[in-house]
Design a protein around this ligand. Structure first.
Ligand code: GDP
Ligand code: IMO
Ligand code: MG
Length: 427
């Protein structure tokens, strides 16, 4: 069985955590391959609700080994508090594996994230303030600290010195902040080393061996396609590659091993933070989507911006990820609207455009061209099969599928594991 990738097809918060958890019981490994604790994945199991940030959603499935791949950035204090929070609730986390090559989010990277945003003022990105961008910047600048560095004090000290050399100049001279002491950072990081050590492993070798033995490996993306550093709405993006290719580099598994790429797609659209969003609503419909959909960020508590479904974006996600399937989530949230507008194309400077423009300026000018589909009022949260859905809900799903370019293989009708309609099996 080849590996599967499950990723966000929009701007994040599509319901990846729920979808991963649903498959978690049937797979051997669930692997995070990028991002860090900027993610907020809510998983509802029975009457229990879990908010995961750094840990793969597979951690809630007892038979599954959760893996933090080399492409992830790890805040050790968040890691340990998330683990102890789950342990207190009776979740066994002992199987977790963490790549020794994953980069560490240091306290100074969190500081730099926050001061940079403040300095940008109204041009800010609206980051989660978790140190994600500065940590990936250090990685690319070759002054990053990796998990394995926690086990060699002398190397760790040299690397922290190298990283702080320039940063302290910037912090003191540009941002008017106090310099950060090397010793203090080293001491803090060394304080985490012993507790993390049992989880550190050669995850690349383990995952490739598992695939050779026909084990099922699921890669769980954080964020979403439009937040990708290369393929998203740059500069209003995160600093990693949530798109499918990121699973290869972020876990050390070749593209020939990946058989299926599932895009998680919300039945409408949301976005957190700054940046263009053609179908954004500023009226009572937007307010209603936010209220009914519970669209409040689980990481930062910020209200999510809400808008109608955008098929141009879904088609783009199909293309850049090579999607084989969609998992459509939150269809239940749309119950009660008499008419549901869906964006089928954009109008840019008077011209109709069917595909996402590569030009940032054009995208900023994009106005949605809507087609309106008839809604439904029946409760759909108990639907177990496609035929249980009211005709208009079926037609809405079929229309989205046709516009988006890949089959919709599952539909979410509520936050719980069992509130899902499976159309084609993923495994
Ligand atoms: P993620 O970041 O992609 O994992 O998504 P989040 O967890 O941030 O946001 C999705 C929210 O929608 C969570 O609160 C989920 O519990 C919830 N959710 C997921 N699927 C469904 C669904 O099909 N219907 C409803 N009503 N809620 C859902
Ligand atoms: P999940 O995995 C939604 C957004 C931030 C900001 C931009 C950059 O729950 O879908 P960063 O802190 O990553 O440098 O912020 O990306 N962002 C997300 N938006 N869901 C997420 O994760 C996000 N992670 C980052 O709001 O606009
Ligand atoms: Mg989220």
């Amino acid at each position: 069985m080849p590996a599967l990738v499950l990723l966000g097809a929009q701007w994040g918060d599509e319901g990846k955590g729920k979808a991963t958890d649903l498959l978690g019981g049937s797979v051997d490994y669930v692997v995070r391959y990028q991002g860090g604790n900027n993610a907020g994945h809510t998983v509802v199991v029975g009457d229990q609700k879990y908010a995961l940030h750094l840990l793969p959603s597979g951690i809630l499935s007892p038979g599954c080994t959760p893996v933090i791949g080399n492409g992830v950035v790890v805040d050790p204090s968040v890691l340990l508090s998330e683990l102890s929070g789950l342990n207190e609730r009776g979740v066994d986390t002992s199987k977790l594996l963490i790549s020794g090559n994953a980069h560490i989010i240091t306290p100074y990277n969190v500081t730099v994230d926050k001061v940079t945003e403040r300095f940008l003022g109204k041009r800010k990105i609206g980051t989660t303030g978790r140190g994600i961008g500065p940590t990936y910047a250090d990685k690319i600048n070759r002054v990053g600290i990796r998990v394995q560095d926690l086990y060699d004090e002398s190397i760790l000290t040299q690397k922290v010195e190298a990283a702080l050399d320039v940063k302290n100049q910037i912090l003191t001279k540009l941002y008017n902040r106090r310099a950060i002491a090397v010793d203090q950072v080293v001491e803090e990081l060394l304080g985490y080393a012993e507790q993390i050590e049992p989880y550190v492993a050669d995850t690349v070798l383990i995952l490739n061996q598992a695939l050779e033995q026909d084990k099922v490996v699921l890669f769980e993306g954080g964020q979403g396609t439009l937040l990708d550093i290369d393929h998203g709405t740059y500069p209003f993006v995160t600093s990693s590659n949530p798109t499918a290719g990121g699973a290869c580099t972020g876990a050390g598994v070749g593209p020939t091993k990946i058989g299926r790429v599932i895009g998680i797609l919300k039945a409408y659209t949301t976005r957190v933070g700054a940046g263009p969003f053609p179908t954004e609503l500023f009226d009572e419909d937007g307010e209603a989507l936010r209220r009914i959909g519970g669209e409040r960020g689980v990481t930062t508590g910020r209200d999510r911006r809400c808008g109608w479904f955008d098929a141009v974006i879904a088609r783009y996600a199909t293309r850049v990820n090579g999607l084989t399937d969609f998992f459509l989530t939150k269809l239940d949230v749309l119950t009660g609207w008499e008419q549901i507008p869906v964006c089928v194309a954009y109008e840019i400077d008077g011209k109709r455009v069917e595909e996402l423009p590569y030009s940032q300026t054009d995208f900023h000018h994009a106005k949605p061209v809507y087609e309106t589909l008839p809604g439904w009022s029946e409760d759909i949260t108990k639907a177990k099969s496609f035929s249980d859905l009211p005709k208009n809900a079926q037609n809405y799903v079929k229309a989205l599928e046709e516009m988006s370019g890949a089959p919709i293989s599952a539909i979410g009708v509520g936050p719980g594991r069992d509130e899902t309609i499976e159309i084609n099996s993923f495994l």
